[in-house]
Design a protein around this ligand. Sequence first.
Ligand code: BDP
Length: 725
Amino acid sequence: EDGLNAWLRYARIDRAGHCQGKLPSTIVTLNATEGSPVYTAGQELSKGFNGIVGKKVDVDSITTSSRGHHSRDTNATVGTIAAYVDSNPGAAARLPELIDDGFYLSVSHGSILILGQNERGALYGAFHYLSRLAQGDCSDFTLTSNPGAPIRWVNQWDNMQDGGTHGSVERGYGGKSIFFWDGKVRDDLTRAGQYARLLASIGINAVVVNNVNADPKTLTPANMDGLARIANAFRPYGVQLGLSLNFASPQTLGGLSTFDPLDQSVITWWQGITDALYQRIPDMVGYLVKANSEGQPGPMTYNRTLADGANMFARTLKPHGGIILFRAFVYDHRTLNQTLDWKADRANAAVHYFDGLDDKFDDNVAIQVKYGPIDFQVREPVSPLFSHLRKTGSAIELQISQEYLGQQAHLVYLAPMWKEILDFDFRVDGKPSTTADIISGRRFPRKLGGFAGVVNVGTNTTWLGSHLAMSNLYAYGKLAWDAKASPEGVLKEWIRLTFSDDHKVIDVITKMSMASWPAYENYSGNLGIQTLTDILLGHYGPNPASQDGNPWGQWTRADADSIGMDRTVWNGTGFAGQYPPEIAAKYEKPETTPDNLLLWFHHVPYTHKLKSGKTVIQHFYDAHYEGSATAQTFPQLWRKLEGRPGIDKERFEHVLYRLVYQAGHSLVWRDSINMFYFNKSSIADVHGRVGNHPYRIEAEAMTLQGYKPYQVSPFEAASGFRCIV
Ligand code: BDP
């Protein structure tokens, strides 16, 4: 088991014998042309029946003109509603209403009917049916399922060039890009097709294939041809291709003197590019644009608004039916700096830059907003921008790639965090207004909206570099389809499909996964202080000092007496005031701010009492001990699964290695952070643990053959500045 098939293993189930008799004898695809999603659905069903229960079933493709194709055998019929009604006009009244990508499933006495509103929906229905079967359920059922939002995309931050600061996939921890190599699109795109298969099985309908920090050379004619080959690899799975653009391309690639979005030569240049892309990729989904952020060019370079910039692309896409996701991650990493001014708060940036623009965007623009106002931290309040965009569609940006959250070397199951974010109620105009209802277009009627997940899979056969991290990708798709899905329920499904339905396997992996986000939060940065990683480099290990006084205005403001960032209106950066009044009032006062966000919104003495009755500093110490104690249990728990059904040696060892590492690294986190704040505050841990490690063997005290001492900075991540390598 190398992980390549992830949750689509179609492994033989225990009840195979029982289910065999319940399967049809033929698979009939309606109007399927080779390479279309309905054709793929037929192939998947055949493959699934064979793998899951060991029954070989052939696919018979019929066109609806061959009306009344009757057979005495039982069929699995798969196609679009339109194709089905065409040959069964009487059925129309019985069938439910579906929206784009939705599906209807009916399984009865060995006959299976799988209908999609479109071809892609039919494929989703087939995957859904197979997922139930692979979990051992071959009972009769009927189901109508529609997606909660039309935008269910993933973003890959793949660079065209290998190398660079972060390798070929920015913040990718699973190997090199599966799309690009050496400045070109790879010749062999097998993995691109396999990726599309995984994504289709969880309802994802588009992939933006290149980094948001986009290379203008992506748009050379040769590369456009290559992109068309990627789109071809995606198409059988109903996955559309999207592209990140570099705003300055008309100048850097096109040789124009400007990239001003209101300049006619610029508009014409982009129209030419867009037309050339659609000529090659008629079903391209559209664009993603990061502008005026972290040094990237954008419309503000010419004193144009973000809406001017977004609409320029929207208009080139409009004739082709494409859409643009314009990112809200706009901030100037240079001006919010040196002064350490209280007002210089990066969290304020998005609302500030989008202020007054809500009714200025064309209707094929949606704003892609990171879940929190800073950047994928372990705990952030939900970005207030969602409540400001009432006329403009919005998509929430989540990060499956665990950039700040242990980079797939730590198990951190993220669905519980996403769920809290999606369920958060902004109380816009004093009415229920959850994030999920806003992005789906239910709260403010809007056509576009949904989800964008930064995934960053790579060439590693595990896709993300870790078998267990794949539960995050699975859960992302499931929540994007249905934000009401339960993180634990989804996790259990994933475990059954990825490993087995052995109760011990399910119990152990569920226990570890559900405990993992709280544990990570506890040992990496609690009470809303964010993930205390090094902030400017790899975003990985502990480096609380780099959060204090860093130039991006997100410092913790810890000194000898107090800690936290005052973001109140009355005395701080004013960020709390960006929320609708009920929520703003809550965040304005420490008493009404939830403890888990206390230090995000308030600057308090270390001795400030939390709702639990503990002081802030003691909570810090305890939480870091608790979090790392939980991580210590993971390898022990996992070891119990050795030899259990579905736990093959290869995956057992791979996972164990990582869990042991996590357990160790959580100690490094625990001690670094606790020591840092102990040194700052000089307040002793009431349990006498912090700074007192009698059983620890210090690296500087060791002499080991074949190892070398290595100087470590920051010091608190090491023992006496040293480690052994
Ligand atoms: C930050 C990442 C950086 C991305 C940026 C973004 O560290 O690599 O380019 O977000 O989302 O978190 O644009």
